[in-house]
Every structure is written in C-alpha cells, then in structure tokens.
Design a protein around this ligand. Structure first.
Ligand code: ZN
Length: 129
C-alpha cells in the first residue's frame, strides 16, 4: 500500500493536518501574489506594444524593458508551476515527501524552502554529483 492511500499517513508522519493546512495557505497566498504579478507584467507588455516610440534610443530602451519583463514573466510562470505542483501534492497526500527516497522532508526545511522536493540527504547527494 502506498503512503498516500494509507489513511494514517498524516498522523503517523511528521506533517500533521495542521502543518499541511499551513503550507496550503502559504502556497495559495504565493499563488495569488504571483498571478497578480503576471497580470501586471502582461499589461505592461501590452502597453509597450501600443505606445509609439520616438527614436531608436527609445526603441532600444523599450527592447531592454520588454526583455526584463519577459524574464520576470518566465520566472513568475516557473514559480506558479511550482506552487501548483505543491498544491497538487497536498491534494494527493504527496507534499513534503522526498522525490528520491520517499522519506518525509524535514518540516523546518519546508518552512524555509516551501518548494523543496528532496530531503537534505538526497539534496546533498544530488549536489555532489
Ligand atoms: Zn530523500
């Protein structure tokens, strides 16, 4: 039987229902902020497209701006995907479980790194490779 299907999973392991609710709330807050940011940046991009540029210097600046906006957007989208993945994991009882060894990730580690998908030992192994 997998851990996710075991109804005692939450009480036996380190992450309690309260802990999971805490992370869920934190992730949902993050999600809301990121989505707001993405909407803001998308509006910026659209506004830039609409305005007429006076000279080449302006055009160059504009290019740099939209370049920055694009990389911000990319970064934000990446974070949004991570948030969604974590929320999904909470839904399926997989949040806080190491992807490599299936052990529960230390809660203090999760508090610092909410997207953590590996326990400290596996992380170290990966970094040493
Ligand atoms: Zn591990």
């Amino acid at each position: 039987m997998t851990k996710a299907l075991d109804k005692n999973y939450y009480t036996e392991e380190k992450l309690s229902k309260e802990d999971l609710l805490f992370f869920k709330k934190a992730l949902e807050d993050k999600k809301e902020k990121i989505e707001k940011n993405i909407t803001l940046n998308l509006n910026n991009v659209q506004n830039e497209d609409k305005c007429h540029l006076k000279d080449e210097a302006d055009q160059a600046n504009n290019l740099i701006d939209s370049h920055t906006t694009n990389s911000i957007l990319k970064e934000q989208t990446k974070s949004l995907n991570q948030v969604n993945r974590c929320l999904n994991k909470i839904e399926f009882g997989r949040y806080g479980i190491c992807n490599m060894c299936e052990e529960v990730i230390d809660i203090e580690r999760l508090k610092v790194k909410i997207f953590a998908e590996h326990c400290i030992s596996c992380r170290e192994i990966m970094e040493n490779q």
